[in-house]
Design a protein around this ligand. Structure first.
Ligand code: XMP
Length: 477
């Protein structure tokens, strides 16, 4: 039996190369997430229940990356999260939320809360616009049983289909309003332009968007049970990419799920993982994927390697898989084990087109969950999707409760539940990450990620080299 050497980020450094870059702004971080999807920064937020729901996905897309909504929600909850992302950033929202004029104020309040919206269009039985209710109409309104016709604004300022952005802005300004319903010649509601969405579009020039100007978003599905139904629902909601999510992606289950999804939805952009070998990558590509997610046991909360003894150090895994990806023109996503911008730069230099991150983004304002305080410091929970806590959460969600008869010893966890320091907003974290990667490109003498992949020269270092690479012989403040 032969032993191969497997290396990871802390085993190597990138050898500096001559650089003609005089400012980090001369570097371009745009890359491919998958065969047909481009993003403007190489970062993807992990499909984990303590990392990515709509709030995180919106922030990721605004910064130029993409978020993958996790799958541990009911199908309709997950589709709703996708829809929230799609509605958050398009300049014109298609099929805006509306309510029938015969409903009550109480119905409108519940509807607005459920959908997370501040204003609702009011329609008649033929979907014709008859009024609008704004947040101010509903604020402190005690009369839940009264018809919404009592409080809605009937004289609504509207625009016709095809109105230009400049004209829409002009109308909003002239009438001092924030919402402009778009109607057709019959008065049927076709869309909604809001001042907030216009401002967002202008404030986030690097946002990753679909063909309609809406934020890009992906969503994960499993390989068993309702996965085809789930795929259909998230695609209907507008997901740009479907991610087949399974711990051991080089498996019969994964390959057949990929084949079935591609057969049922040939147009869908399909990513699958996780694998850690060239053969795993080849098999997923042959089954029809548009990108392969690489990383087995590398994640910060993973104990797969401890429990099963299986895995491949992440840098070697990325290099092996990226060779196959390059030959087949299928992008590779490095998933797990990225702690710093230096790790991300190494993963990209090794051939990954993008990097999926979990722990770096857990603990931000945009990650699901509340901020906890312990010994005066603030934290958020970040847990492995194969941890016992996540499994109990799923089980009680499915059954409504977890019974004492459930033998938790039957479940072998491959992840841990942890806490990560509260870190503020995703925008700040991504600024640091992308700034570091841009500098990394410059040290490699590369203007783009693909140039860095061509130029990159890795050098293996000893333990002494690693120690020298950290702050040393000083007391950190
Ligand atoms: P980081 O290092 O960014 O890793 O926190 C995030 C990735 O870890 C994977 N993941 C798991 N792996 N057991 C595992 O072996 C788990 O419970 C688990 N949960 C998440 C996943 O690939 C994620 O993107």
């Amino acid at each position: 039996m032969e032993f191969r050497e497997g290396l990871t980020f802390d085993d190597v450094l990138l050898v500096p190369n001559y650089s003609d870059i005089t400012s980090r702004t001369q570097t371009d971080l745009s890359t491919r997430l998958s065969r047909n999807i481009s993003i403007n920064i190489p970062f993807v937020s992990a499909n984990m229940d303590t990392v990515t729901e709509s709030y995180m996905a919106v922030a990721m897309a605004r910064a130029g990356g993409i978020g993958i909504i996790h799958r541990f929600l009911t199908i309709s909850e997950q589709a709703d999260e996708v829809l929230k992302v799609k509605r958050s950033g398009s300049v014109m929202i298609e099929n805006p939320y509306s309510i029938d004029q015969n409903k009550t104020i109480g119905d409108a309040i519940d509807y607005a809360t459920d959908k997370g919206i501040s204003g609702i269009l009011v329609i008649d039985s033929e979907s014709k616009l008859v009024g609008i209710i704004t947040a101010r109409d509903l604020l402190f309104e005690p009369r839940r049983d009264v018809s919404i016709r009592e409080i809605m604004t009937k004289d609504v300022v509207t625009a016709k289909m095809g109105v230009s952005l400049d004209d829409a802005k002009d109308i909003l300004h002239r009438h001092r309003i924030e919402k402009l319903p778009i109607i057709d010649d019959l008065g049927t509601v076709k869309g909604l332009v809001t001042s907030k969405d216009i401002t967002n579009a202008e404030d986030y020039p690097s946002a990753s968007k679909d063909g309609k100007g809406r934020p890009l978003v992906g969503a994960a599905v499993g390989v068993k049970g309702d996965f085809l139904e789930r795929t259909e629902a998230i695609l209907d909601a507008g997901a740009d990419a479907v991610v087949v999510d399974i711990a051991h992606g080089h498996s019969e289950n994964a390959v057949s799920a990929v084949r079935n999804i591609k057969k049922a939805f040939p147009e869908c952009e399909l990513i699958a993982g996780n694998v850690a070998t060239a053969q795993g990558t080849k098999d997923l590509i042959s089954a029809g994927v548009d990108a392969v997610k690489v990383g087995v046991g590398s994640g910060s909360i993973c104990i797969t390697r401890v429990i099963t003894g299986s895995g491949v150090p992440q840098l070697t895994a990325v290099m092996d898989c990226a060779k196959v990806g390059k030959d087949c023109d299928v992008p590779i996503i490095s998933d797990g084990g990225t702690r710093t911008s230096g790790d991300a730069t190494k993963a990209l230099a090794a051939g990954a087109s993008s990097v999926m991150v979990g722990s770096i983004l857990g603990g931000t304002d945009e990650s699901p969950g509340t901020v906890l305080t312990k010994n005066g410091k603030r934290f958020k929970v970040y847990r492995g999707m194969a941890s016992l806590a996540a499994s109990i959460g799923r089980k009680s969600k499915e059954t409504g409760t977890i019974s004492l008869d459930d033998d938790l010893n039957d479940y072998v966890a491959e992840g841990v539940e942890a806490m990560v320091p509260y870190k503020g907003t995703v925008t700040d974290i991504l600024k640091q990450l992308t700034g570091g990667v841009r500098s990394g490109l410059s040290y490699c003498g590369a203007h783009t990620i693909s140039q860095m992949q061509e130029n990159a020269e890795f050098i293996k270092m000893s333990g002494a080299g690693f120690a020298e690479s950290q702050p040393h012989d000083v007391s950190l403040m």
